[in-house]
Every structure is written in C-alpha cells, then in structure tokens.
Unconditional design. Structure first.
Length: 261
C-alpha cells in the first residue's frame, strides 16, 4: 500500500475508532520512527484493522444476543433448489442487503407450513444484525404475552416506545395459534406503532384474506394490512413441506434398502 494511501487509511480507521489524540499526533510520531528506520504506519495500520474487526465482531454478537433468535439461520444454509417457486436466492440476498430498512419497508412471507418461511425471515434478521442493526425477534404468541404483561404492569406505553425503537422486528408464526380479541388489539397497537418508523418482517401460514381469523375482526385485519403492506416486499412461499419431502425421501430410501436386502 502506497505511503499516502496508507496514511489516509490510518486516518479513516482512527476516525471510526474515535481516537482523536492518536489521530492528531500519529503523523509526527510516524515520521520520527521512520527516521529511526522503523515502519510505524504499517504497524499502526495492522493494529487498527485488528481493533476494528474485533469491535465489529463483538457488536454483531451483541446484536444477535439482543435479537433472541430461537436459532441463528443464514441464507448461505439454504439450498436454492428447495426454495418455493418464484423465490430465488438472488432476491433474498438482495433483501439481505438491507435497503428496505432505510425506507422502513416491511417483508411479509406468506405460505403453507414447512416451506422455509421461518428460516428465511430469521436469516434476513441475522443479516440485519451483521450490519449492526438493532433487531428483536418474537413468535406472535411471545409478543402478545409480553404486551399483556406490560399492560398488567401499567408499562404498556413504555414497552411500545421501546418496541418502536428497534431497527427491525421479526414476528414469526402469525396465525398459527388463535389469540383473544384483547390480545389482537394489543398486537395491532404494537405493529401500528412501527408504521413508517421501523421495518417489520412477518411470516404467516394464512393468506391475507384470512387474517381476520387472527385479529378477530375484519376491521382490525384490514387496518393492519393497510399499514404493513403499504411499503412491503411480499414473499409468497407455497409448496410442499420440506419436512414432508424429507420424510418421503427417507421412506423411499428405506424401501430400496429393504428390496436390496
């Protein structure tokens, strides 16, 4: 790396690390050491690169811990051939780039059980953590439970303010289990709180037309859909369950082995 380019790179690293004193004096010290036959810039550059990488790694680990994913999943673990029709790894990687977060847009994965919705939504949340974003993941029932507890403790307003402060909220399994009308109202409040303020990733086994079953009334369902689909990427993930296909393959393999034996 040329000396002037290395000098510029060191200055950028010092700025990112917020080390103003070293930034102020490093050039003078470098010249003094260079005059004595040492290569201060190269040494300092290597140290700063190591510090930056370590800080980034620790920040990602903090973000992942804060997110509380049940399992950490990545897009790299997905077999592109197993994705539902119309969903490509290129499209998912594009979403993982995080441009939707800048516009507080949402991602909604809709489809039958076992088609990889949870994996995809979790992986997109993990990608956001890797970019340093504050993420929080829930199942729909977990979120409802926390909302009810906050209300019982007269802390709902504070909870909703904190809920709205995340860069991204991931809600898994919306519609898998029925919830009460009161719980539906709380869930509506929470998701509405993020409207145009922060992104949401939601997955559900119910088509939009059946969301009234979750929110107990068509009025709430329509109002929520109006908000979360306003700026949203819709992933239609229908098809045969991965688990079912895996079971069929195993059964077929056992059948072949039995015949051979």
């Amino acid at each position: 790396m040329a000396e002037h380019a290395l000098d510029a790179r060191v200055a950028l690293l010092l700025a990112e690390l917020k080390l103003p004193s070293i930034k102020r004096v490093h050039a003078r010290v470098a010249k003094e050491i260079a005059a004595a036959g040492g290569d201060f810039f190269a040494y300092l550059h290597a140290l700063l690169e190591e510090e930056i990488e370590d800080r980034r790694s620790r920040r990602v680990q903090r973000r992942l811990k804060e997110a509380r994913f049940r399992q950490v999943k990545t897009l790299a673990e997905i077999n592109p051939k197993e994705l539902p029709a119309g969903i490509t790894l290129d499209r998912l990687n594009d979403l993982a780039g995080g441009a939707y977060l800048k516009t507080s847009s949402n991602i909604i994965a809709i489809g039958s059980s076992g088609t990889g919705k949870t994996h995809v939504c979790t992986a997109l949340g993990v990608a956001a953590c890797q970019q340093g974003k504050r993420v929080r993941a829930f199942t729909a029932t977990e979120l409802v439970s926390e909302l009810e507890e906050a209300q019982e403790q007269h802390q709902l307003h504070r909870y909703l303010r904190r809920f709205a402060g995340f860069d991204l909220v991931v809600v898994d399994e919306l519609g898998y289990l029925p919830i009460s009308e009161h719980a539906a109202d709380l869930l509506f409040q929470a998701l509405s709180e993020r409207h145009e303020r922060g992104s949401v990733i939601v997955n559900s086994n119910l088509p939009f037309a059946e969301w009234g079953k979750v929110f107990q009334t068509e009025r709430l369902a329509v109002a929520l859909l109006d908000r979360i689909t306003h700026r949203a990427h819709i992933l239609e993930m229908n098809g045969e369950s991965y688990r079912l296909k895996s079971s069929k393959k195993k059964a077929a393999q056992r059948g072949k082995e039995d015949v051979q034996n």
